[in-house]
Design a binder for this molecule. Structure first.
Ligand code: BGC
Length: 772
C-alpha cells in the first residue's frame, strides 16, 4: 500500500512560552551588556557608497565570501561567528575569491514553483538534503530559505521563490525541504513571516487582512512547517501587518509563533527590516540582520534608560546562543569546500523533470518522434535557470534548451543556432556591467526577441520536422512583474509565434512551446497556435537536459499546477488590491536613499485565493489548480472510507491504475467540501495529496489519506478558534481541482473545536471581504 500522508497534527496547543536551555542562559549570564547587545545585532555588511570600493548588498566578506550575514562572536565564551547565506533555490555565495584560485560554485536547483509542481515530498526532501550538504561543506550554518509566502497574485515578483497558492502544498513542501536541509546539521530560515505577498514598496507596505484569512491562508504554511519540521530559524518579513511591522509584532512573533505554535528556534529580521530595534527586541525578533551600529545604539540606550528590560535582551540572546550551540561553526566542523556538485547536478536534473507540467499535448505531439527541430526564441539559447536577487545562485553553468536537445540526440537547425547565438552574444555585450546592488535597483531587461522573416520561417518549416519555441521570463526581489510584456506575451513574441505556427502548420508540421518562467503567464490567447505546451518553469542549472528528458519521453511528465493559470490577468480576484494603494506624496527616504512609499494592500478577497476563488465563483481558468497532463492515462477506482462517521480520524483509500501505454506517475489530490455551516466555505479545499510511484502500464497503486477534525477546521473569528463543522463532508479525489474522479461522504456528528487561539492581528479598519 502507498505510504500514508497524514495531514493532521495541528492539534490544540499548550500556551507555554519557550524557555531557553540552561546552558544558553548560563552563558548569557556571563556576558556583559555590551556583549549581549552585540549578539542580538548581526555583524553588518558593506554597502555601496560614493568613492568607496563597491561592496555588495547581500554579501558579507567576513568568513564565507558572498554570504548574506554573520553573527557576532564572543571568543571568551567559545561562541564563534556563524554564517547565514541565501537562498531558496540553492546556496548563494561568491563563486570565486580574491584570496585563492579555487571556485565555490553551488548547485542552482529548480525554483520553488517547480518543486511544488512535482507534489513529490520525498523528492523535495532529497533536494533539501543535497542543498544542505552544500551549505555545510561551504562553511555556512544557516540557509535563508525556503520561502513559503503564498502566491496571492500572479505578478508577485518573488513567486518563483515560493511554492504555491495553497497553504497545504506550501506547508508540506516546506516540511520536506526543512527536514532535508537540516538532516545535515545545518539550519534553515523559513521566510518571510508573514504576508509578504508583493515586492512593490515592500518596506512600507501594510497588509490589511482579516484574522481568518491570515490564519487559514497565509500563516498556515508556517504553522505546518513549525509543527512538523522544527526549522532552526524564522525570518520575519519587511511589511506591516494590520499596522505593525512584522518584525515588531509581539502578537505575530511571540503570541502566535512561540506561544500558540511552540516554536523554539530564533527569529531574525529580514535584511534592514523594520525601523524600531527596541520594539523588535520586545516583539521577540531575536536577531537583527544584517545589523547596524544604529540598532546597537538604540538597544543600548533603551537598556540604559530602562525603557527596555534587560530580561528581554537576555531571552533574545539566549535563543541566539542556543542556535549557535547547534551550528557546525560551534562544533568546529572541518568543511571541505568541495561538495559533490556532479552528483547534485544529476539530482537537479531529475528533480527538474519531475516538476515540469505538460499543459497541452494534442494528437500525441509529445514525446518527440522526430529528430530535426527548428528551435526558435532567444530563451531556447539563453535559458533561465532561476530568478534574480537573493533567490539567485552562482552556478557554474546553465544547460540551454538547444544544448540539452543536442545531448539528447536531436539535431537543432544549425543556421538558427548560429543566428541566435551571435545575436544574443552581441546584445549581451552591449549591456552595462552591473553589480548585485545596481542590478537590484535597476534590473537589466531581457534581450528583445530576435525577429525572423516569413521567408526564413517557411524555409525552416520545409527543412525541419517540427518547431520548438521558448517563451522566457525572469523576475526577482525588489519589484513585481507587469501585465504587459511579462504576464502577457510581448507583441514581438506573439507575432513570431503566430508566424511560426502558420508556417509549420501549412506544411503539416507541429509546434511545441516551452514556457521558461518562474511564475504564471497568460496562455489562453495563444495556446491554439501550439500543438503541445510544456511548462518547464525555471528548472535550475540542468535546465536543457531536463527539458529534453521530458520532450523525448525519457521522463513522462507528472507535474501538476500548484497555482492557477487564469485566462486573463483581470480574472484574478486580487487584481484590484495588488500591489495596493500607494501614497507617493507621503514617501520618505529609506535605506540607501531608496524612497519608502507608504502602501496599503487590503486582502478583500479574504480566504478566496487561487482555486478557492476560481472554483467557488465559477470563473473558468486557462489551467486550473492541480492540472497537468501525462503521456499515459490513469483510472481512479474503488474509493473506500474507513467509517461513514468520523470519530478521531478516517482513512480514505482509492486505486489508481495506469491505463495507458507508457509508465508514468500520477498526483492524486483529495479535496473536501464542507457542509453548510456558520462560516463561509470555498467550494472545496485541498486536504491531502499523494504522488504514485512510477506505474507500469496496467499497474495499480492504492493511495491513502488520513483525515482528522483538524483538517476540516476553519478559523472562526467570533470565537477565535478553529472549528470543524458537524454534518456531512464530501471527500473528492481528483486528478485536478476540477477533474474529480471519485467521491465519498462521511459525517462528523458534533462540531469539534480543534484549537483555541488568542485574539491577535486584529485589523484596525473594516475590510469589505468577499463572501459567497
Ligand atoms: C531578502 C531576503 C534575503 C536577505 C539576505 C533580503 O533582501 O528579502 O529574502 O534572505 O535579503 O540576502
Amino acid at each position: 500500500m502507498k505510504k500514508l500522508i497524514a495531514f493532521s497534527g495541528l492539534l490544540a496547543i499548550a500556551c507555554t512560552a519557550f524557555s531557553q536551555s540552561d546552558k544558553a542562559k548560563a552563558l548569557v549570564a556571563k556576558m556583559t551588556q555590551e556583549e549581549k547587545v552585540n549578539l542580538v545585532v548581526g555583524m553588518g555588511m558593506n554597502l555601496p557608497g560614493k568613492n568607496e570600493p563597491v561592496a555588495m548588498v547581500g554579501q558579507t566578506m567576513d568568513k564565507v565570501e558572498g554570504a548574506a550575514g554573520t553573527t557576532f562572536a564572543i571568543p571568551s565564551l567559545q561562541l564563534p561567528n556563524t554564517v547565514v547565506a541565501d537562498g531558496p533555490a540553492g546556496l548563494r555565495i561568491s563563486p570565486t575569491r580574491k584570496t585563492d584560485r579555487r571556485t565555490y560554485y553551488a548547485t542552482a536547483w529548480p525554483v520553488a514553483t517547480l518543486l511544488a509542481s512535482s507534489w513529490d515530498v520525498q523528492m523535495v526532501e532529497q533536494v533539501g538534503r543535497a542543498m544542505g550538504n552544500e551549505v555545510k561543506e561551504y562553511g555556512v550554518d544557516v540557509i535563508l530559505g525556503p520561502g513559503l509566502n503564498i502566491h496571492r497574485n500572479p505578478l508577485g515578483g518573488r513567486n518563483f521563490e515560493y511554492y504555491a497558492e495553497d497553504p497545504l502544498v506550501a506547508g508540506k513542501m516546506t516540511v520536506a525541504m526543512v527536514n532535508g536541509v537540516q538532516s545535515n546539521g545545518v539550519g534553515t530560515s523559513i521566510k518571510h513571516f508573514a504576508l509578504n505577498n508583493a515586492e512593490t514598496n515592500r518596506n512600507a507596505s501594510n497588509s490589511i487582512i482579516s484574522e481568518r484569512a491570515a490564519r487559514e491562508i497565509y500563516l498556515k504554511p508556517f504553522q505546518i512547517a513549525v509543527k512538523e519540521a522544527k526549522p532552526w530559524t524564522v525570518m520575519s518579513s519587511y511589511n506591516y501587518i494590520n499596522g505593525t511591522y512584522a518584525s515588531e509584532s509581539y502578537e505575530l512573533l511571540t503570541t502566535i509563533l512561540r506561544k500558540e505554535w511552540g516554536f523554539k528556534g530564533l527569529v531574525m529580521s529580514d535584511w534592514f527590516g523594520g525601523k524600531d530595534a527596541v520594539a523588535q527586541m520586545k516583539a521577540g525578533n531575536d536577531l537583527l540582520m544584517p545589523g547596524t551600529p544604529d540598532q546597537k545604539k538604540a538597544i543600548s540606550d533603551a537598556l540604559n534608560n530602562k525603557t527596555l528590560d534587560i530580561k528581554v535582551v537576555d531571552e533574545n540572546a539566549a535563543r541566539i546562543v542556543d542556535y549557535i550551540l547547534g551550528t557546525p561553526a560551534f562544533k568546529n566542523y572541518a568543511f571541505s569546500n568541495a561538495p559533490d556538485l556532479k552528483a547534485h547536478a544529476a539530482l537537479a536534473r531529475t528533480a527538474a523533470a519531475n516538476g515540469m507540467v505538460l499543459l497541452k499535448n494534442d494528437n500525441s505531439t509529445l514525446p518527440l518522434a522526430i529528430k530535426n527541430v527548428a528551435v526558435f526564441g532567444n530563451t531556447s539559447y539563453d535559458f533561465v535557470s532561476g530568478g534574480t536577487g537573493s533567490g539567485d545562485v552562482n552556478e557554474e553553468y546553465t544547460v540551454t534548451l538547444v544544448e540539452g536537445l543536442i545531448k539528447g540526440g536531436y539535431t537543432p537547425d544549425a543556421a538558427l543556432l548560429e543566428k541566435y547565438t551571435s545575436y544574443i552574444s552581441g546584445e549581451k555585450a552591449k549591456q552595462p556591467k552591473k553589480n548585485f546592488f545596481e542590478e537590484f535597483m535597476n534590473p537589466t531587461p531581457r534581450i528583445p526577441e530576435l525577429q525572423l522573416d516569413d521567408a526564413m520561417l517557411h524555409a525552416k518549416a520545409a527543412s525541419a520536422d517540427m518547431a520548438i519555441f521558448t517563451i522566457g521570463r525572469n523576475a526577482g526581489e525588489g519589484s513585481d512583474r507587469k501585465v504587459e510584456n511579462d504576464f502577457n506575451l510581448k507583441p514581438a513574441e506573439a507575432d513570431l509565434l503566430n508566424r511560426i505556427s502558420a508556417a509549420f502548420h501549412a506544411q503539416y508540421k507541429k509546434v511545441v512551446v516551452i514556457i521558461n518562467a518562474g511564475g504564471v503567464i497568460e496562455t489562453a490567447s495563444w495556446r491554439d497556435k501550439a500543438d503541445a505546451i510544456l511548462l518547464a518553469w525555471q528548472p535550475g542549472m540542468e535546465a536543457g537536459n531536463a527539458v529534453a528528458d521530458v520532450l523525448s519521453g525519457k521522463v513522462n511528465p507528472s507535474g501538476k499546477l500548484a497555482s492557477t493559470f487564469p485566462v486573463k490577468y483581470e480574472d484574478d480576484v486580487t487584481v484590484k488590491n495588488f500591489p495596493g494603494k500607494q501614497y507617493p506624496e507621503k514617501a520618505i527616504k529609506g535605506m540607501l536613499g531608496m524612497p519608502l512609499v507608504p502602501t496599503e494592500v487590503t486582502y478583500e478577497e479574504g480566504i478566496y485565493v487561487g482555486y478557492r476563488y476560481y472554483n467557488t465563483f465559477n470563473v473558468k481558468p486557462a489551467y486550473e489548480f492541480g492540472y497537468g497532463l501525462s503521456y499515459t492515462s490513469f483510472k481512479y477506482s474503488n474509493i473506500k472510507i474507513s467509517s461513514p462517521v468520523m470519530n478521531k480520524a478516517i482513512t480514505i483509500t482509492a486505486d489508481i491504475t495506469n491505463t495507458g501505454k507508457l509508465a508514468g506517475r500520477e498526483v492524486a489530490q483529495l479535496y473536501i467540501t464542507a457542509p453548510a455551516g456558520k462560516l463561509d466555505k470555498p467550494a472545496a479545499e485541498l486536504k491531502g495529496f499523494a504522488k504514485t510511484a512510477l506505474l507500469q502500464p496496467g499497474q495499480t497503486e492504492k493511495v491513502s489519506f488520513i483525515i482528522t477534525a483538524n483538517d476540516l477546521a476553519s478559523f472562526n473569528t467570533a470565537t477565535t478558534s478553529w472549528v470543524a463543522d458537524a454534518g456531512s463532508h464530501t471527500a473528492k479525489l481528483g486528478a485536478s481541482s476540477l477533474k474529480i474522479q471519485q467521491t465519498v461522504t462521511f459525517k462528523l456528528a458534533k462540531e469539534v473545536v480543534t484549537e483555541k487561539c488568542n485574539k491577535v492581528l486584529v485589523p484596525l479598519v473594516n475590510i469589505n471581504e468577499l463572501h459567497k
